[in-house]
Design a protein around this ligand. Structure first.
Ligand code: UGA
Length: 436
């Protein structure tokens, strides 16, 4: 099929690569010339392991191309995917201005039937708005060109984007005509059995509800971790025991320093904003976001208490990205941690395998090192922020003599507490108080 994807962010680029890899003809559009020029040279706008090699192949075999001009490319598409961003406005509401702009352009440029599929994460009711915008534009042109509007939310995870796009757990499609339904079945023919056809409004809500529920699991276990420290229980064991119940499941019960990234913080806020607009409060979700907003501070208070105070203390921050296997630092807990440390006059040396350049732009004055070992030199404490494999698997026997004080604060419960204690560290994790 001929597909045009509008918005070369994480979702758009990955979706484009996945469809092109299945043999579809894909054009990826973005107004950012620099991004498109780099894509032409097989350079991704983000880090995702293994994706650039595939990008190169798909450009070479002609299945994937790029453009900054929707008007030039729209005629060749049977299906248009909208994958532009929906960032939060200051009040938490999803900013739909780019989505609406794209819808307006579609209404202005189409000459024949198109399927317009929204993959961007949008509040319930956006599908109807898009339909109206396209109809309005067509009316201005005095045209009655038929089109279908669909919702097909994306569930891929950063760091595993390609795998998720190629092997989805489920494909949710909101559509209201038989023609569109048959075309989507043909598009996803290899994953046919995984499709859930539903209404557009249900598909839109499924996306928000899924992210809100995963965020709920994380905040639940993080809050429980705080209690575990008071009761002498070990949250790692508690999560393991809970997860054995198939109705609960073990995933997303890893206690830590809170969820970050471009999705959970934004999408929970947008769902809360929608709830407010509809005068139907979501009390659980309010608590979920509150726990997340306070989790770093709760952790840092532990660090401060252990070290006495933080003024002039040298802190090694290991990991800056919101999770491993990505260079994304959006809403990363590391940023809140840096703010806290700077406010308390601590001295920071930071290391991350992929995220340092981005953090440098926000905090140019802290020290960045090109190895984790250098960050540890003369540090009063090591803070493990992101559970990169290379950080977990450091030679911790080599790290210890570099330190001024043998404190390790493990923000992800990624290290084995008893091994660390045996090595002579003073170890603190999340939700468990290891005895020496
Ligand atoms: C998330 C969802 O998992 C995807 O399904 C969804 O498509 C995506 O948002 C989106 O809406 O685009 P992502 O943001 O890439 O994906 O990252 P996750 O792997 O879900 O992790 C989110 C945050 O939760 C990270 O900061 C991670 O460290 C944290 N987390 C995750 C925990 O603190 N504990 C856990 O047990 C799991």
């Amino acid at each position: 099929m001929n597909i045009v994807i509008i918005g070369a962010g994480y979702v758009g680029t990955t979706t484009g690569i996945a469809f092109a890899n299945q043999g579809h003809q894909v054009v990826l559009i973005d107004t950012d010339e620099d991004k498109i020029n780099k894509l032409h040279q097989s350079i991704l706008p983000f880090y995702e392991d293994g994706m650039e090699e595939l990008l190169k192949q798909l450009i070479a075999n002609g299945n994937l191309s790029f453009s900054t001009c929707l008007e030039e490319k729209i005629d060749q598409a049977q299906i248009l995917f909208i994958t532009v961003g929906t960032p939060s406005l200051p009040n938490g509401v999803a900013n739909l201005s780019t989505v609406e702009h794209v819808a307006r352009q579609i209404g202005r440029f189409i000459k024949d039937y198109k399927m317009v599929v929204v993959k961007s994460t949008v509040p319930v009711g956006t599908g109807d708005k898009i339909k109206e915008i396209i109809k309005d534009e067509l009316a201005k042109r005095k045209q009655e060109i038929p089109f279908d509007q669909l919702s097909n939310p994306e569930f891929l995870r950063e760091g595993k984007a390609l795998y998720d796009a190629m092997h989805p757990d489920r494909i949710v499609i909101g559509c209201d005509t038989e023609k569109a339904r048959l075309m989507m079945k043909a598009l996803y023919k290899e994953e046919d059995a995984k499709i859930l056809f539903t209404t557009i409004k249900d598909a839109e809500m499924i996306k928000y509800a899924s992210n809100a529920f995963l965020a709920t699991k994380i905040s639940f276990i993080n809050e429980l971790a705080r209690l575990c420290e008071k009761t002498g229980s070990n949250v790692i064991e508690v999560a393991k025991g809970m997860g054995l119940d198939q109705r609960i499941g073990p995933q997303f019960l890893q206690a830590g320093i809170g969820y970050g990234g471009s999705c959970f913080p934004k999408d929970t806020q947008a769902l809360l904003a929608l709830a407010k607009e509809k005068e139907q409060p979501l009390h659980i979700l309010q608590a979920v976001t509150k726990v997340n907003q306070t989790q770093v501070e709760w952790f840092m208070e532990k660090v401060k208490k252990a070290l006495g105070n933080l003024s002039e203390k040298r802190i090694a921050l290991l990991g800056l990205t919101f999770k491993p296997q990505t260079d994304d630092i959006r809403e990363s807990s590391s940023l809140k941690m840096i703010d806290y440390l700077l406010k308390h006059n601590a001295m920071i040396k930071a290391y991350d395998p992929k995220g340092m350049d981005h953090v440098k732009k926000i905090y140019p004055s802290i020290t960045y090192t090109n190895t984790p070992y250098k960050a540890a030199v003369e540090a009063d404490a090591v803070l493990l922020v992101t559970e990169w494999k290379e950080i977990i698997e450091l030679d911790w026997n080599r790290v210890k003599p570099l330190l001024s004080q043998p404190y390790v604060f493990d923000g992800r419960n990624a290290l084995d507490a008893s091994t660390m204690i045996q090595m002579g560290y003073i170890y603190e994790g999340i939700g468990h108080r290891p005895s020496s």
